[in-house]
Design a protein around this ligand. Sequence first.
Ligand code: 6GU
Length: 225
Amino acid sequence: MHIDIISVQPRLLDSPFAHSIMKRAQDKGLLSVETHDLKEFGIGKHRQVDDYQFGGGAGMVMKCEPLAACIDSLKAKRTYDEVIFVTPDGKTYDQGLANQLSLGENLLIICGHYKGIDERIREHYITMEISIGDYVLSGGELAAAVIVDSIGRIIPGVINNETSALTDSFQDDLLSPPVYTRPSDFNGWKVPEVLLSGHTAKIEEWRHEQALERTRARRPDLLEE
Ligand code: 6GU
């Protein structure tokens, strides 16, 4: 999978994909992420990318021309499954959408800043608008990083233990059961006996019960769906 990201603050995206699982995904050739600095398509010698909004009001709006030029230049190289705008008024992101997006070949993600982007770009270029939750970030970069991470880790072959991603919280609409590692007794706090039993079927049953109980207690909405 290849993911292009357009941003006015591309350096914000240097670190999220440079380590751990996202790095491994790229080293293995399963994922490539390329950030593009919108300012390179800015207008005039000041490389202007934003402007006052028509009708007045506080906050700058990202202009059409730089965005259109940047998107067009990328579309000339690749066919995108989705051209995504990350915005607080988009559809709320969830695991189902991550799964769906992970099946694509090429994605383009556009990060907004300031008051937003000119509506005409949304109407004519954007195919999907995503919010990562009901709160406001100062820009779309962190949201884009969240989306790329959640997609990248479920590309087959990225996580060594294939079943690990499949047993995540949410993957089956259940939260994950509690987990423990050595020592089996820490300060007198003991690991549940069943996990030390070596009895695989009983362990699986215990984990499923715990997952159900945890979901019932913390996120009953997931069980209603
Ligand atoms: Cl995608 N962008 C911004 N700026 N804020 C957000 C968001 C996105 N999702 C939730 N809050």
